[in-house]
Ligand binder design. Structure first.
Ligand code: FAD
Length: 505
């Protein structure tokens, strides 16, 4: 019989979050860990989203790890192939490959209260771990809305995050559904080659100019030879975004100025007043993610493009029916309709101390302590968990803060010695989330008059962090022992784990 495999830490996912965790574990001297990845390569978001025009919308010098600067970013906002190559490079640079198990989809993780460990079932077998780091990504499971009649569509259908590169769009009648960050990049990239493009828009986004540029050889040389210059650039990019946070979180009325700039951006590109009216949002800028593009509006003004306001209501064979009653024939439908965010699919697969899944524990909305741990799910930490998202800056900053928390969590476990686990106290989780939701009340995401994927089915914002990245850095620097209960392995013959009063006990 094969021997049971046990590791100190199991990391799930190999995007920025999982790879960052792996680097941090090695730096903390932990080598007994695995990274479980369902796909066959690293990269997460940047492996799965290969649609035409895919690029980051936070400058690359900030949208990268602080511990792995890349002086060779080719553009201010680099494209998907370069970001994916960067993550492959990070994997090799830090010697992570031996830890990664590709093709290992986590099917179930069950807390074993007797042995104080996670029993993990994967598509490649089982193992157990003292600690799980769940880095399965907030934007990793594509969401296709339930459109009546979609099954009857005879043409090609795919999601932006599962682009079918074998399908030739040239000359075809293509429908793009959705107007989020992906659609805004896809539309201008495919418009010149398709025969007809129909954009089904439920809500128009606010679009600002993208101040992109190629980074020349001399500048890259400087970053390579004098790394401090790249650090200064990163610092400036970060600082500007930190200064914007107050307007998003406390004074949404100040965003009126930005709204005027965005209106001007629209007016410059779209002359037709009817089209301009369709493309003008009726909510406060910032309520949904502000999108950056110099090519989206000009593409929509082209003669081979139609914009259907109100979105896609029904599909009848190859005829797509808009909510406004208009009809369009299509050969292919591309869904740029986002991801399962507030109903995180991994939650269905995590079974906690009382036998409930995380999805059941979160049936009224996601809730975690400092974006990381959930009560009743001991030794389980999430990277980019609830309320860690950003409206205007780099998620890598938040990931690195969570890695600090992970490192301290491990140190605390080590200090406890023996078999022990840390379980977030329900009162601490509640108190943290009360504070987060209290701060959320004034933010543009809650008051701006829009419906967005930041809000869950109950209208609660469980995705965004209502503060600066430095505030989050401070809040996650250390584990607060008072916020956790210590579980000890039960004495022989006693099935339930003993609880010690304090982490330091
Ligand atoms: C098109 C696009 C553009 C974006 N641009 C920006 C940007 O400019 N700036 C920004 O800050 N953020 C951006 N984001 C957000 C982005 O998701 C995060 O910045 C970051 O990449 C998330 O990293 P992650 O490791 O948490 O998740 P992911 O990159 O999604 O990685 C999760 C990994 O977990 C794996 N996985 C999931 N479930 C399982 C399972 N059950 N078993 C095993 N493996 C599993 C997945 O295969 C995947 O590899 C963008 C997102 C998208 C989709």
């Amino acid at each position: 019989m094969a021997e049971h495999e046990h590791v100190r830490v199991a990391v799930v996912g190999s995007g920025f979050g999982g790879l960052g965790a792996a680097v941090r574990l090695r730096r903390e001297g932990v080598t007994d860990f695995v990274v479980l990845e369902r796909a066959d390569s690293v990269g997460g978001t940047w492996r799965d989203n290969s649609y035409p025009g895919c690029a980051c919308d936070v400058p690359s010098h900030l949208y990268s790890f602080s511990f792995a600067p890349n002086p060779d970013w080719p553009r201010a906002f680099s494209g998907q192939p370069h970001i994916r190559a960067y993550l492959e490079h990070v994997t090799d640079l830090f010697g992570l490959r031996p830890h990664i198990r590709f093709g290992s989809e986590v099917k179930r993780m069950t807390w074993n209260g007797e042995l104080l460990r996670w029993d993990i079932e994967t598509s490649r077998g089982t193992l157990s771990a003292d600690l799980v780091v769940s880095a399965t990504g907030p934007l990793s499971e594509p969401r296709i809305p339930d459109i009546p009649g979609l099954d009857s569509f005879p043409g090609k259908v795919f999601h932006s995050a599962r682009w079918d590169h074998d399908y030739d769009l040239r000359g075809k009648r293509v429908a793009v559904v959705g107007t989020g960050a992906s659609a805004v990049q896809i539309v201008p990239a495919i418009q010149p080659e398709v025969g007809r493009l129909t954009l089904f828009q439920r809500t128009p986004p606010w679009v600002m100019p993208r101040v992109d540029r190629a980074i020349g050889g001399a500048e890259r040389w400087l970053y390579r030879r004098l790394p401090v210059t790249a650090r200064v650039r990163r610092g400036l990019l970060w600082g500007i975004r930190e200064l914007q946070v107050q307007a998003f979180t406390k004074h949404p009325e100040e965003l009126g100025f930005v709204e005027r700039l965005a209106r001007r951006n629209l007016a410059r590109a779209v002359e037709d007043p009817a089209l301009r009216a369709k493309l003008t949002p009726d909510y406060r800028i910032g309520c949904k993610r502000i999108l950056l593009s110099n090519t989206y509006y000009p593409a929509l003004a082209q003669p081979n493009v139609d914009v259907v306001a109100g979105g896609l209501a029904e599909v009848r064979g190859s005829t797509l029916v808009g909510a406004d009653g208009s009809e369009a024939e299509a050969d292919a439908i591309v869904f740029g309709t986002g991801f399962h965010v507030t109903d995180m699919p991994i939650a269905e697969r995590v079974v906690g101390a009382d036998g409930r899944t995380l999805a059941e524990a979160w049936k009224d909305g996601m809730e975690a302590l400092r974006g990381a741990s959930a009560a009743g799910f001991p030794n389980w930490l999430s990277i980019i968990g609830p309320n860690t998202g950003l409206g205007n800056s780099s998620m890598i900053l938040m990931i690195e803060s969570q890695l600090n928390y992970l490192a301290d969590f491990l140190r605390r476990l080590d200090a406890l010695g023996g078999r022990a686990a840390l379980d977030a106290r329900p009162a601490a989780v509640r108190a943290w989330n009360r504070r987060v939701q209290e701060r959320m009340k004034r933010t543009v995401w809650n008051t701006g008059g829009c419906t967005s994927w930041y809000l869950d089915a109950n209208g609660r914002n469980t995705t965004i962090w209502p503060g600066t990245t430095s505030e989050f850095r401070r809040a996650t620097r250390r584990v607060d022992p008072a916020e956790y209960e210590v579980l000890r392995a039960p004495a022989r013959g006693n099935a339930s784990p003993q609880k010690a009063a304090e982490v330091g006990a």
